[in-house]
Write a protein that binds this ligand. Structure first.
Ligand code: BYC
Length: 468
């Protein structure tokens, strides 16, 4: 563990001078990007942050006040497994790849670049949120998420520099050049070009979009390219907190709305400064559907190729499956043919995006159950739900068609007539934004959200998580 190197790492960076020099050259570019595109207005403030210092399950993180630009972004991989094997696909059982196999080079680089691109993108999307935080606790959580996305970028850049030579270095540079939402040089995946400019968006993003991260990273943690697998395994440790922020954040908004609904049953919670359940539902519809797109097409030869090559597995490939070759078998999904939804059987390997998406949906449903419990606990009868997976899709079989919230195929006219009931309107967004007034006194909380059940790492909610 080289914790006090310029780039903290557990990969013996100081023994690989070429790589060390390359990464040290990239470091000031990263800091320049962080300065320009990281959280605006808080760079000089002390934030009570968790920093990764090890990879063990116990005591891997250290908590203290840090100014974000001084955060120790490090490169941490889970320890190598002796005799690691390719765990699935056509090369199942062969020794794991320690170097990039020539025939898979492009595919692997593309996966790593796509993963890497999401990390700075999310920081860019969230860069103005600090100005409207509902509490110091939430402000700190935002910054925690941001610095760790920065570290996840480092993780992918390490792989690009360490294993892909010249074109890897070029790709690492390009990761700092694309910009979320910029029409000329957008981020690669569409969810990462959507604005995330209020805290309801932030919680929905960390609930739904970060959760795609969990599933993609889990699939890559199975990879036969061992450096990628080891990197992703450790990234997943940090990712859990990001989803916690989203899940509990939405739960707290729902709880507060329910409390306000009870205060005055006849009245729209708007009159009391709350966020109506209808608007929360529209934000769920929006971010859930965009996040579903992140799994790629339902029928995908890319996913079949990635699996065959042993690069990207299924969720919990080793624990959940017996047959790791999956060369036979099929999967039935609904497709649109001649204006109708009909079942189609496709080879299992071509349906792996859809299978991963299915795991993700099950996980999201648990979040919905928690929020609905918050409603029930407050004695409110209304419930929140996930729209059908076909609703509002831009990638895959359902893109180019319209579906209602139950997944029925509808016409463009029918969709246009209903979309304001299903997705956030400009007025909804403006209303939510109008509530976003910063609350920065320790222990205080904005009116539209309930306080958290507990603070962070044993500290109370009243703790001064950010010194302003
Ligand atoms: N947007 O065979 P297809 C995270 C493209 S989030 C735009 O259907 P494939 C995080 C695709 O590139 C996790 N384009 O899909 C969260 C292909 O292009 P070509 C990020 C898209 O390739 C919050 C074509 O459509 N990690 O970590 O099997 C904060 C056909 O592709 C999209 C990863 O994504 C889209 N949504 O799967 C911070 C893992 N979807 O070949 C971080 C790495 C597809 O026609 N990425 N296309 O030019 C992958 O494994 C795959 O690239 C995807 C797509 C799962 C994204």
């Amino acid at each position: 563990m080289n914790l006090y190197d310029r780039i903290p790492n557990n990969v013996n960076l100081s023994e690989d001078k070429r790589l060390q020099r390359a990464l040290e050259k990239w470091l000031p570019n990263f800091l320049g990007w962080w300065h320009d595109m990281g959280p605006e207005g808080f760079q000089e403030k002390d934030v009570w942050l968790r920093t990764a210092i090890d990879v063990g399950s116990e005591g891997w993180a250290h908590f203290d006040y840090v100014k974000m630009p001084e955060y120790r972004w490090g490169i941490f991989l889970e320890p190598a497994q002796p005799d690691a094997k390719v765990g699935f696909g056509d090369n199942y059982g062969a020794p794991a790849y320690q170097e990039v196999p020539g025939e898979f080079r492009n595919a692997l680089r593309r996966i790593i670049v796509t993963q890497g691109d999401t990390e700075p993108a999310s920081v860019e999307q969230q860069r103005l949120l600090g100005h409207t935080c509902p509490s110091l606790y939430d402000l700190r959580n935002l910054f925690q998420v941001n610095v760790e996305e920065g570290r996840h970028l480092w993780a992918m850049v390490y792989l690009l520099h360490g294993y892909f030579g010249r074109d890897g270095r070029d790709e690492a540079d390009a990761l700092l050049e694309r910009r979320s939402g910029n029409p000329d040089r957008p981020r690669i995946l569409e969810a990462f070009n959507q604005p995330c400019d209020d805290w309801l968006n932030f919680y929905a993003f960390t609930m739904f979009t970060d959760r795609d991260g969990k599933y993609q990273l889990s699939a890559l943690a199975e990879s036969g390219f061992e450096p990628l697998a080891r990197t992703c395994k450790f990234m997943l440790t940090e990712e859990a907190h990001h989803m916690f922020v989203g899940d509990t954040g939405l739960s707290r908004v729902v709880k507060r709305t329910a409390q306000l609904m009870k205060q005055n049953t006849d009245e729209d919670v708007r009159a009391l400064g709350g966020i109506p359940l209808e608007i929360i539902q529209k934000y769920i519809n929006f971010w859930f559907s965009y996040s579903l797109d992140l799994f790629g097409g339902e029928i995908s030869s890319n996913s079949a190729d990635f699996f065959a090559a042993g690069l990207k597995g299924r969720f919990k490939e080793q624990d959940q499956y017996q047959d790791h070759v999956a060369a036979e078998g099929s999967f039935t999904l609904m497709v649109v043919e001649d204006g109708k939804l009909v079942p189609r059987e496709v080879p299992l390997r071509n349906a792996l995006n859809e299978i991963l998406r299915g795991e993700y949906v099950k996980d999201c449903e648990k979040g919905l159950a928690r929020w609905n419990k918050a409603l029930a606990d407050e004695g409110v009868n209304q419930r929140l739900y996930l729209p059908n997976v076909r609703f509002h899709r831009h990638v895959g079989e359902y893109a180019g068609h319209h579906f209602d919230l139950e997944g029925n195929l509808i016409t463009t006219e029918e969709f246009e007539a209903k979309k304001f009931e299903w997705l956030p309107t400009i007025e909804d967004r403006e209303y939510v934004r109008s509530l976003m007034k910063p609350v920065t006194e320790p222990g205080k909380i904005a009116n539209w959200i309930a306080p958290p059940a507990t603070g962070i790492k044993g500290k109370p909610f009243e703790f001064e998580y950010v010194r302003l």
